[in-house]
Design a binder for this molecule. Structure first.
Ligand code: ZN
Length: 426
């Protein structure tokens, strides 16, 4: 059993929008109130010599809710459980902070993103494309796919620009079918989104040049309006809408591409690109400013715009559900190595787009060559894995290429440690 989330666009009536805004506002207010209260209490306890961290937990804070509602009657407009859940969320935020997993809980700003959660399945019900929530009654949502599994909780959120969404957190057996006989390597490029070793190219929904232009025009128009005015608000809403449009398409394409990779191949190999390091290195340091900064940061912006990190996460869990291995290999030399004769030299690379081996004359698209090398490196890593994790037992076929590989273990990637399909093929 595992957890998964389903997010849909919520289609609330005007009344429901008003209640939703009030509820999100009440939860934000309560969060800020409880955070301030706990901060003050903690300072008092500390000055009295106390050393613990667990003051004013969610239970204590929940007990204050009745009193608070008498002082602030509008709090009672919000469904009770969403308020209680807010206090629990704050508790978890403090726990995460004290365990060093995240930063200190922050106060929440008015305007912009807001959300609230119904934590207990007893509080809601779902019928077709309708969901019944306490105080809201039946609200319609745009059900674009079936909800599989048992719904554990429901979160309603707004982007602050008039769009509402609902997400269902579900528990179930999420198996994906797999029809793969062959593994696949994929090279993430700039000219083409994702080039596969079998020659296919998958789109990851990178925003087009027109998208970026439209966004910057809308931003410039918004910047000319008087801040806080109605015209300014409408202009901001247009900017937010364009952002959302670009993000939605990206996520949609990423889901489609990762689904295809996970369900149609025996294993999937990607380069282990460290995007953060790439972005940092392009800017260089004070002592040694990066060379070619403009070109590189443009390239990196494109890479980040593709949300490659999120795509990798999607691919990892989909491969797990499909029961196939997902590998990350060292990207060094994948663009210079000849997959035919294994002559590895920078001269093999005629230019950004073309590869021609100076030893054997093999020609091809540079991204496709890289994808082929990535697949081979992954395959070698799998072979070593079956040989008992010792690289000496089965020397990698491409030892001269210096392409080192790394097989992610179960704890690291969540991929299955025993790749069934390849075991049969080997
Ligand atoms: Zn060659």
């Amino acid at each position: 059993m595992s957890l998964t989330g389903y997010q849909f666009q919520l289609l609330p009536t005007t009344t429901a929008v008003r209640l939703g805004s009030r509820t999100a506002g009440a939860c934000r207010w309560l969060w800020n109130w409880a955070l301030a209260y706990r901060q003050e209490a903690w300072l008092i306890a500390k000055s009295a010599g106390a050393t613990g961290t667990d003051y004013m937990g969610a239970e204590f804070m929940s007990a204050q809710l009745d009193g608070l509602k008498q002082s602030y009657p509008w709090l009672a407009d919000a469904p009770f459980h969403t308020l209680q859940q807010t206090l629990r969320d704050l508790d978890m935020a403090f726990t995460a902070f004290f365990e060093g997993r995240s930063g200190y809980p922050q106060f929440r700003q008015k305007g912009g993103h807001g959300s609230f959660r119904f934590p207990d399945p007893k509080q809601f019900s779902v019928d077709q494309d309708w969901v019944k929530l306490p105080k809201f009654g039946w609200v319609r949502f745009n059900k674009t796919r079936e909800i599989v599994g048992k719904i554990k909780n429901v979160t309603v959120s707004t982007d602050g620009a008039g769009r509402w969404s609902i997400s269902f957190c579900c528990e179930g057996e999420y198996r994906l079918p797999n029809y793969g006989d062959e593994g696949v390597g994929a090279d993430a490029g700039i000219a083409q989104d994702l080039t596969l070793s079998n020659g296919d190219v998958l789109s990851l929904g990178a925003p087009s040049a027109e998208d970026w232009v439209k966004l910057s025009v809308l931003q410039a128009l918004a910047a000319r309006k008087t801040k806080g005015s109605n015209r300014w608000k409408r202009a901001q809403a247009r900017v937010a809408k364009q952002h959302k449009r670009m993000a939605n398409r990206r996520r949609d394409k990423q889901h489609k591409a990762s689904h295809q990779l996970a369900t149609q191949h025996a294993f999937v190999v990607l380069e282990d690109l460290n995007l953060k390091a790439m972005t940092a290195s392009a800017a260089g340091t004070m002592a040694e400013p990066g060379r070619n900064v403009a070109a590189k940061s443009g390239l990196n912006r494109e890479m980040l715009a593709r949300g490659f990190g999120r795509f990798k996460t999607m691919l990892a869990y989909k491969c797990e559900r499909a029961g196939i291995p997902f590998l990350l290999v060292n990207p060094a030399f994948t663009s210079q190595n000849c997959p035919q004769c294994h002559h590895c030299a920078p001269e093999n690379r005629e230019n950004q787009a073309a590869f021609r081996c100076v030893a054997c004359g093999l020609e091809g698209n540079a991204d496709w060559i890289a994808a082929t090398n990535i697949k081979a490196a992954g395959q070698a890593a799998l072979a070593r894995h079956y040989a008992g994790n010792t690289s000496k037992a089965t020397p990698p076929r491409r030892s001269r290429s210096k392409t080192r590989t790394r097989l992610r273990d179960r704890s690291e990637s969540g991929s299955p440690g025993i790749p069934v399909k390849v075991a049969q093929a080997a």
